[in-house]
Design a protein around this ligand. Structure first.
Ligand code: G6P
Length: 476
């Protein structure tokens, strides 16, 4: 049965509030043709939903469409507080400042960040709108957890509106080294924005250290290890909380008869190759698709990988299609794959099978199950959950993960075949090595990575963060 939806009055009633750019629900059509909502897939929602349900909490976020007004409502035992954005605001705050400035700047400038004053103005205005929505729904002394780079100024704004709240912030993407961050014309304001939180969480210890250094250098704060002491007498903690997945759920899905059937059918559809190499990524320039496709192209055309026995399946999920760099990448990958397939393989059988499409979890689990070698080679990535999903879902010891050193996941999945994705020959060699390694080596590596992913799952992540936030003294 679909969860009940009721309208909601936003009087300060929620003891736990999540603030994220996106809502935890997606539109769907009910059997009677009316419009309804369903829970969004994804780890963050899975992890935080039980917490907000248990605490009569609420989630503040954008519904995903421009120029649409949605009233607050309750859904499945928690509040949903939509923040409306106009078309211009989507362009300036979401596509612009968030995804053409912060996104590339925080990912080692793998593409040039653009700096536009009107984007920054919109970013501040929209951050204020999110902060206001959270301030209106949070109960006295509530805990508010703000998520990610789209909302870095919310902590400071929210603290000014509601000094009684405990505020946490978690950055899902890398936090850059000082030398890069200093490019940002609004660098001081962003650091001040984040310092409004009691705890600022990062994926990696290196990101937390970058933030502490900036607090010292830009805001002139006194710091001690992971603590920053603000001028208004507060202590802010900057610490790493590496995010994870719902590992058991992934495994359960991949073990269903449906997933097994889909995996078998997939292998047949691909021509029963000896080996399936798999990549699954949002079509984002940080994911390293250009060097990856190029490496496979060289391996196939040189015959080091025989197209008669090997297939490389690449799924690219459409994302941020309104942003120029993403459109360029889309064109480039289409062209590269076409060129490689026209030069190698034979009629009726292409060595690269490329899908530009999103897939439901069941089909993804089946792909992970079928893949002999998983290829995850971002140029920079905060964590990379696909790597962890493969480890959880590939229910056999004979699998292998080729993983970029520049993904946060590399710190945990040390038994993957680690690569520098900028080094094309190194990448090609590591792909061949992973594919050709012995069963004993595959088994040893897979077992050790599986242990890691099942011990440190998404619940452990949320618990660690919220336990630390819980032990912050209640503001006076
Ligand atoms: C990354 C970001 C998230 C974002 C997701 C999808 O994982 O850290 O904040 O939601 O990408 O991107 P989108 O722009 O579609 O929300």
């Amino acid at each position: 049965m679909a969860p009940r939806e009721d309208s909601l009055s936003i009087s300060q009633s929620a003891d736990f509030v999540v603030v994220a750019n996106r809502l935890p629900v997606d539109r769907m059509e009910n059997p009677d043709g009316s419009q309804g909502w369903k829970t969004s897939p994804g780890g963050l929602v899975t992890a935080l939903k039980p917490v907000i349900q248990a605490q009569g909490g609420a989630w503040v976020g954008w519904g995903g469409s421009a120029d649409e007004h949605i009233d607050p409502f309750t859904f499945d035992g928690h509040g949903v507080i939509p923040v409306d954005l106009s078309g211009d605001e989507v362009r300036d705050y979401y596509e612009g400042m968030s995804n053409a400035t912060f996104w590339p700047l925080y990912h080692d400038c793998v593409e040039h960040p653009e700096y536009h004053r009107e984007w920054w103005d919109a970013y501040l205005r929209i951050n204020e709108r999110f902060a206001r929505a959270a301030a209106d729904v949070a109960a006295l002394g509530a805990t508010v957890w703000v998520q990610d780079y789209q909302l870095q100024n919310v902590p400071e704004m929210l603290r000014a509106m509601r000094p009684d709240l405990k505020i946490g912030f978690f950055l899902h993407i890398p936090f850059p080294p000082i030398e890069l961050f200093m490019q940002l014309p609004w660098r001081y304001q962003v650091i001040e924005g984040l310092l409004g939180a009691d705890i600022v969480g990062f994926q990696e210890p290196g990101s937390a250290q970058n933030f502490v250094r900036l607090g010292r250098r830009l805001a002139g704060l006194h710091t001690l290890r992971d603590k920053l002491f603000t001028s208004d007498g507060r202590t802010v903690t900057a610490r790493a909380y590496p995010i994870s997945i719902d590992s058991q759920d992934m495994l359960n899905i991949s073990r269903t008869p449906q997933a097994r059937d889909i995996a078998q059918q997939l292998r047949e559809d691909l021509g029963n190759p000896d080996r399936i190499f798999l990549g699954i990524d949002r079509l984002d320039y940080t994911k390293g698709l250009r060097p990856r496709v190029r490496s496979f192209g060289e391996l196939f055309t040189s015959g080091q990988l025989d197209p008669a026995h090997n297939v490389y399946l690449q799924v690219a999920t459409p994302t941020r299609e309104g942003v120029r760099r993403y459109q360029e990448l889309h064109r480039d990958i289409d062209e590269m794959v076409g060129r490689i397939n026209s030069l190698s393989g034979r009629i009726g059988r292409s060595p690269i099978v490329y899908r530009y499409s999103s897939y439901p979890k069941l089909e993804l689990a089946a792909m992970y199950r079928a893949a002999d070698v998983m290829i995850v080679t971002p140029l920079r990535d905060g964590m990379n959950l696909v790597a962890k999903e493969y480890v959880a879902a590939h229910d056999s010891d004979d699998g292998a993960l080729v993983l970029s050193e520049f993904a946060g996941a590399a710190l945990e999945l040390t038994h993957s075949y680690l690569v520098n994705p900028y080094d094309l020959n190194g990448l090609k060699n590591q792909i061949l090595r992973a594919a050709g390694d012995s069963h004993a080596n595959h088994a040893r590596r897979m077992r050790s990575m599986r242990k890691q992913v099942f011990r440190h799952d998404i619940d452990a992540w949320a618990n660690n963060f919220l336990t630390d936030l819980g032990s912050v003294p209640q503001p006076a």
